[in-house]
Design a binder for this molecule. Structure first.
Ligand code: ATP
Length: 376
């Protein structure tokens, strides 16, 4: 048999690359040495609290702001000297900024006409894109004759019609109600697949980021705290900020009492309990750490539950509050130390069973694989 020379696949260069990009407004550092790589065809969501620098980062990419330091590359080209209108980028703003006196069709056609295309080509593109966003029946209407969700789709069509290679969306679905937002999220995924555009989406809404993103970046005070797939960010947050920002979490401060390979024993004084965890973490005996446990990973057992059905960790307490949310109920359990632990229960047994829980003595238990151990 002939031995084939082994050829490793060529690494795909990132489509967007930010290299230690900072932006100062006066003395205020809005974006702080951000380095980030985004691949072609990704839907990359930027998530973070208000004022964390998300919009500023988009504006830097679009060329509406100039970096105070660092470089931005798009498709391998340094953007330092490239003005906004020459970048392969389109940005859809929070306010859709449609022309009020123009019809849907004219609003979408306007940007394409600026590119000097023939009339037939403009018409073809406008028709195609309006069909994709399902706005074909409304071509003759003006913005004030549309709902908020329809206006949002027209703005999206207008941004897409120019066929940007990179589309920057700032809170694109903020004006929509929950149902329409969900539907539009799936439409965006569809559009991304059909047109192959790279999207960078800024959102406050973590559910939206989870649904849309191939990867996401969590921003904290101008810095990127973590980049990863939604599952990586949720299951393996790198610090307390990310753990607490994405979803709900019980954070228990403690000290490493013992470690043996991956098995850690953490004494959580304030919670009056010992947490056993099986995780690869860089820490030594005596270090302060935080055990982060998601509410849905805790089992709430009644007193009668046999011991062998419980996980590696156990704490006793009393249910104080039960909030019925439909698909799940959220229970706040006061454990013996007086601290409160949040537990999410899937609603299998119906409302009556959940109400009965209030004031019930319970044992909380979770597996050693459930807590994430954080050192910062
Ligand atoms: P939000 O989610 O509230 O829109 P954001 O994460 O998008 O917030 P940015 O709009 O990027 O935040 O703003 C980051 C910080 O920079 C904020 O503290 C803001 O006040 C400040 N900032 C933004 N633009 C300017 C400006 N032109 N001049 C001075 N400060 C600014």
């Amino acid at each position: 048999m002939n031995a084939q020379p082994s050829t490793a696949p060529e690494p795909v260069p990132p489509y967007v690359r930010l290299q230690a990009v900072s932006k100062k407004f006066g003395d205020f550092l809005a974006v702080d040495a951000v380095s980030l790589e985004i691949r072609r065809g990704e839907i990359f969501c930027l998530l973070g609290g208000s004022g964390s620098g998300k919009t500023t980062l988009l504006r830097l990419l679009a060329g509406f702001e100039t970096p105070s330091a660092g470089r931005i590359y798009i498709d391998g080209e340094d953007m330092s000297a490239v003005p906004p209108y020459e970048r392969p980028v389109n940005m859809m703003f929070q306010s859709y900024a449609l022309f009020p006196h123009m019809t849907v069709e004219r609003n979408v056609a306007f940007g394409v006409e600026q590119e000097g295309l023939g009339r037939l080509e403009v018409r073809r593109r406008v028709e195609q894109i309006l069909e994709i966003v399902q706005m074909s029946p409304y071509v003759g209407r003006k913005p004030h004759q549309l709902s908020g969700g329809q206006r949002q789709r027209v703005a999206l069509a207008r941004a897409l019609a120019k066929r940007p290679k990179l589309l920057l969306l700032d809170e694109p679905l903020a004006a929509l109600d929950r149902k329409l937002r969900e539907r539009t999220q799936f439409e965006l995924l569809n559009i991304q697949e059909r047109l192959g555009v790279t999207f960078i989406v800024v959102t406050h809404d973590q559910g939206e980021a989870m649904t849309l993103a191939t990867r996401m970046g969590v921003m904290d005070r101008g810095r990127i705290a973590q980049v990863g797939t939604p599952a990586q960010i949720y299951e393996s947050p790198v610090n307390r900020f990310v753990a607490d920002f994405i979803g709900s979490v019980n954070l228990m401060e403690g000290r490493v009492a013992a470690r043996c390979d991956r098995d850690l024993t953490i004494r959580c004084e304030p919670f009056g309990c010992t947490v056993r965890a099986a995780r690869c973490v860089e820490c030594a005996t005596g270090d302060t750490v935080w055990a982060a446990i998601r509410p849905e990973k805790i089992v709430l057992a009644s007193e009668e539950m046999p011991d062998e059905a419980l996980g590696d960790n156990r704490v006793r307490g009393k249910v104080r509050e039960v909030a019925y949310m439909g698909d799940v109920s959220i229970c706040l359990v006061e454990i013996d130390s007086g601290k409160t632990v949040r537990v999410t229960l899937p609603n299998r047994a119906g409302l009556a069973a959940q109400r009965d829980l209030r004031h019930a003595p319970v044992t909380l238990s979770w597996d050693a694989a459930s807590p994430v151990i954080l050192t910062r």
